[in-house]
Design a protein around this ligand. Sequence first.
Ligand code: IVH
Length: 691
Amino acid sequence: MVLPLAAADQTVTSMTSDAANEIEALRAQINHHNYRYHVLDAPEVSDVEYDQLVRRLSALEEAHPELITEDSPTQRVGGLVDGAFAPVVHRRRMFSLDNVVSMAELEAWQARLARAIGTEPDGYVCELKFDGLAVSLTYLDGRLAGAATRGDGVTGEDITANIRTIDAVPLRLYGDPPAVMEVRGEVYLPVSAFDELNARQAELGLRPYVNPRNTAAGSVRQKDPAKTAGRRLAIWVYQVGHLEGGPQLGSHAEALAWLGDLGLRTNPESKRLTDLATVEAYIADVAAHRHDRDYEIDGIVVKVDRFDQQERAGFTAKSPRWAVAYKLPPEEKTTMLLAIEVNVGRTGAVTPYARLDPVFVGGVSVSTATLHNEGELHRKDLRQGDTVVVRRAGDVIPEVVAPVLSLRPKRARVWRMPAQCPFCDNPIVTPEGEARARCTGGYACPSRLREHLFHFASRGAMDIEGLGYKTVDLLINEQLIADPADIFTMDVDRLLDFDGWGETSVGKLRAAIAAARDRPVARLLTALGITHVGGTMARTLADAFGSMEALMTATEEEIDAVEGVGPEIGAAIAAWTADPDNRMLVKRLGEAGVRLADERRESPAVSDELAGLTFVITGTLAGFTRDEATAAITGQGGKVTGSVSKKTAAVIAGESPGSKLAKAETLGVPVLDEAGLKRLLTEGPAMLGSR
Ligand code: IVH
């Protein structure tokens, strides 16, 4: 049907306005459920129902992109932040708080306060001191317009793009929001989210994050908001910073209630109390239940409630006189050091650790703690049987601080590194000049093997998803694998016999192993765990040699000659490639279908004119990059290496050649310039004799 123009226009307009209405309704519903879930912790719908609403909204917005607004719940995750985070000047300075560490100090603070006000304050608000990252949120006419870090208190950094991704931060406020408002709060990572994140890190073979606070701080400074969005950050809003418009507020307690009404997430444990005795009881209670929440706190904040009394108290240079932080000490407990034992890592390094009578400290039960190395252990003079002080200061890694000497048993003896590895009985030795003791059992040592295989499969290496410690342990114990090549040849279906494994998980692992067969050579080199060969060195070697075969047949001199490889590293690599076990391993990996050469290098020689001849390139060529010249030579079957010897067929010298030219001359090796190279490529090696 062909409609007259005006009518068609009208239809489009009314369709759009239907969509606009539905979009608005969906946004309101989604915001409401978001608030119920993230702010009130009292959801009204299931996750599935919520997802349906979001999907419907996304679909409508896709069909009507002109209706997308910045505060739509679909627009939380934006594009990359480029450059530095821009400076933001806070409308009102972000002060910090003075600390007290005892009730006596708290009482002294109150006495000073009473003098400043002229009377004891009418009441206080006690709050938790959240251990996260202070942020300031700016709302203009109820819409989130900006977010900044505290910075130096005057100027912070613009982290709006990342803060928008936090579901507990409303993009739009409820009710009758003021024209301009800056509120302060603490962004934090829930302990459960932190634990999940670290479980994932461990599965991937990555280093664990140290504590929720640092992780939260790092998360809000990501350049990619999508990364921040994946972190499950949350916020507690605890202060009005600046206000234009809005109601007349007389006290902090009123302000908190009003912030809550606007849809901001305020903490339910904030409490108005009338005198210092009840404040002290609140502090004692919180201290006794410090770890009962899904977030970390490092103290209690006591604020004068009435704003007129706050005003009278005023500020010092750095902090308000009307508020104070009661700091809880980092937690320390004493427990029994049951035994000092050792672990063997993937390189064979032997590390002592403490086995402790389990003790609850810093919110977790601690039963082991690393002692780092023998030197550290002796410096602290720790002995088996000691009563020791264990500390966990917000950190996940608990630390044995010191022995309690007065409680040391008479017979407690100085610890010595065992002579034999507890896992494989082979001797433990400390090589001359090294701080680290080593197990000499090689991969016959089950502890070393386990760490080696875990490293092999880890993310920066062969990246075999699902092959974490648990699975590696199972595979070793069931004798399904004894070295990395076995991963690719084992019968994965055998896992179906074990608890927790089914068709799906076995299928996933099989697919992950299959995918790992095709990793670039640099990944394989990283995975093999050769001394001194981390990710960067592996890439250098892969770029220089292009295949395992080229590396395995290179002489130590040729390896040394690669830029970025020195004699020490060269020697370690050459020792590795010379070891028959390693040669066998590489061979078996190849037979199991693991890629041993980078494709770029694999392009078959178009001729074999230069087969058996080795060339060295030095200096800059005008018509070729180094890679192009190399490819041209290897394309005809020749080999390019980094060092000149009597066997070198010719040195190709461009502009500003290095010492290799001099060496070629002293050895009587032919030297070609760029024109000579072109002749070599067209005429073949015969030209070398005819110069
Ligand atoms: S009020 C002028 N309340 O502690 C009032 N701060 O040293 C200033 N903090 O930078 C802050 N929980 O990061 C306040 N309930 C709370 C808090 C809190 C944590 C942090 C905040 C601030 C630091 C002050």
